[in-house]
Design a protein around this ligand. Structure first.
Ligand SMILES: Nc1ncnc2c1ncn2[C@@H]1O[C@H](COP(=O)(O)OP(=O)(O)OP(=O)(O)O)[C@@H](O)[C@H]1O
Ligand SMILES: [Mg+2]
Length: 365
C-alpha cells in the first residue's frame, strides 16, 4: 500500500518490473511519484518485507525510479477514481465545482483571494458557497463583514449557511463568540468542523464552492481530498523568487492529497506608488516560475494594494467595493479565467434541452 495514497502500488501502476532469479532473488522495479518522495523508505521496506514473506524468495532488491509527468498524471487519475468510489457522502452536490485555495506558506493572501473570487463569481450570477476551512485562524466573517451566528434548522437539523451578497458561507468564526473562546473549543468539536461543514450544512445547489484553506499542508488538506475528491486547487504565492522551496511544498501537498492544481495566483506583486512607478517590494516572477514548475497557467498577478487590505478589514471586498481599482480589475479577470478553466457543470439535463429545442422548432413552424 502506498501509505499516502491509500491504494496498492500495483493498482497505482507504480510496479514497473518484477524478475525472479533461479536462486530466488526477486528484483522489483518501483516508480515513485517523485525521486525525493518522503515515503520512499517506507514503501521500499514494505515491499521488501511483503515479497520476502513469499515462499521460495531468498532475497529482495528494490530499484526505484521517478515517474514521468504522464505516468504521474495517470497515477493521480487512479487515486482520484478510488477516492471518489470510497468517498463519504456530503451535502455538496456532485455537480458543484469545488475550488480549494491553498498555498505552501501562510499570509500570502489565500483568504483575501478566496473572498474576492467568491464575490466576483456571485457578481457574475453564479450560485457560490464559501467554506472557511481555516478552523483555528478563520478570517472570512471579518472579510465579508458578517457578524451573524450560525444556527441549525429546527426541522432538518442541518446548519443553515449565513448569506452575504448572495454568497452562502460557514466559518468556525461564526460559531464562537470571540477569538479567545476559540482556544477553549480546540480539540473538542473543532477537529470535526470541516467534516461537519461538508456533511451537515444545507448548501443547496451551488455552481461553485470556494474553500479557504489554512496555511501549509496539514490534516485539513488531507481530510478535504478524502471527503470531497472532486475538489481542485488554486495555489496562491507571492512574487519572491524563492519559489523553488514553495513549489516543492505545494507540489507535495497536491500529490499527497491528489488534488489537481488549476493554476497559480501571484499576489502582492508590483506596488503602484502613485507617481508613475511600480515598485516590486516582494520581487518579481515567482508566480510564473511556480506555475511553470507545476505545469499550470498563471491565472493572475494581483498588485500589492492597501485598498485590498482595507477591503478585507472593513468587510467590503475590493472586487465590488472599488470596481475601478486596478487590483479589482485584475481580480475580475482572474474570476473570468477560473470560470473558463473550471466551467460550471451544465445544470440543464439533455431531456430538458431537447424539450426546449422542440418548443423552439414548433414555435418557428
Ligand atoms: N494584494 C495585496 N496587497 C496588500 N495586502 C494584501 C494583499 N493581499 C492580501 N493582503 C493582506 O495580507 C494579509 C494576509 O492576507 P490573508 O489573510 O488573505 O492571507 P492568508 O494566506 O489567508 O493568511 P493565513 O495563511 O494566515 O490564512 C492581510 O492583512 C491582507 O489584507
Ligand atoms: Mg487565511
Amino acid at each position: 500500500m502506498d501509505p499516502e495514497l491509500g491504494a496498492d502500488v500495483v493498482e497505482l501502476g507504480m510496479v514497473r518490473a518484477v524478475s525472479v532469479s533461479p536462486t530466488g532473488v526477486v528484483e522489483v522495479g518501483l516508480a515513485l511519484t517523485i525521486a525525493e518522495c518522503p515515503m520512499r523508505g517506507q514503501i521500499e521496506s514494505d515491499t521488501v518485507r511483503k515479497v520476502k514473506a513469499l515462499p521460495g524468495v531468498t532475497d529482495v532488491v528494490v530499484r526505484t525510479t521517478a515517474m514521468s509527468k504522464g505516468q504521474r498524471a495517470e497515477l493521480m487519475g487512479v487515486a482520484r477514481r478510488r477516492a471518489r468510489e470510497n468517498a463519504e457522502p456530503t451535502r455538496v452536490s456532485p455537480t458543484t465545482r469545488v475550488i480549494a485555495v491553498g498555498s505552501g506558506k501562510g499570509g500570502v493572501g489565500k483568504s483575501s483571494m478566496s473572498v474576492n473570487l467568491a464575490v466576483g463569481m456571485a457578481d457574475l450570477g453564479y450560485r457560490v458557497g464559501l467554506l472557511d476551512a481555516d478552523i483555528w485562524g478563520f478570517s472570512i466573517p471579518r472579510m465579508l463583514g458578517a457578524e451573524a451566528r450560525l444556527r441549525a434548522d429546527d426541522d432538518t437539523r442541518l446548519i443553515v449557511p449565513l448569506e452575504v451578497g448572495g454568497i452562502r458561507f460557514v466559518s468556525t468564526g461564526s460559531i464562537i463568540e470571540n477569538e479567545e473562546t476559540a482556544l477553549m473549543w480546540r480539540g473538542l468539536m473543532l477537529s470535526k468542523a470541516l467534516e461537519q461543514f461538508l456533511k451537515q450544512v444545507d448548501w443547496g445547489q451551488l455552481d461553485y464552492l470556494i474553500i479557504d484553506l489554512p496555511p501549509g499542508t496539514g490534516d485539513v488538506q488531507m481530510a478535504l481530498s478524502r471527503l470531497l475528491p472532486q475538489a481542485e486547487m488554486l495555489v496562491v504565492t507571492t512574487p519572491q523568487k524563492a519559489a523553488q522551496k514553495v513549489a516543492v511544498r505545494v507540489a507535495d501537498m497536491a500529490r499527497r492529497s491528489y488534488l489537481p492544481v488549476i493554476g497559480v495566483i501571484e499576489n502582492m506583486a508590483g506596488f503602484d506608488c502613485g507617481h508613475g512607478r511600480t515598485i516590486d517590494l516582494f520581487g518579481r516572477g515567482g508566480g510564473q516560475e511556480l506555475a511553470d514548475d507545476l505545469g499550470v497557467p498563471l491565472i493572475a498577478s494581483v498588485p500589492l494594494d492597501p485598498d485590498l487590505v482595507a477591503g478585507g478589514d472593513n468587510g467590503a471586498p475590493i472586487i465590488t467595493a472599488k470596481p475601478d481599482n486596478p487590483s479589482a480589475v485584475v481580480l475580475r479577470e482572474a474570476v473570468r479565467r477560473v470560470v473558463e478553466l473550471v466551467p460550471p457543470a451544465q445544470q440543464e439535463t439533455c431531456t430538458a434541452r431537447i424539450a426546449r429545442l422542440f418548443d423552439e422548432l414548433s414555435a418557428v413552424g
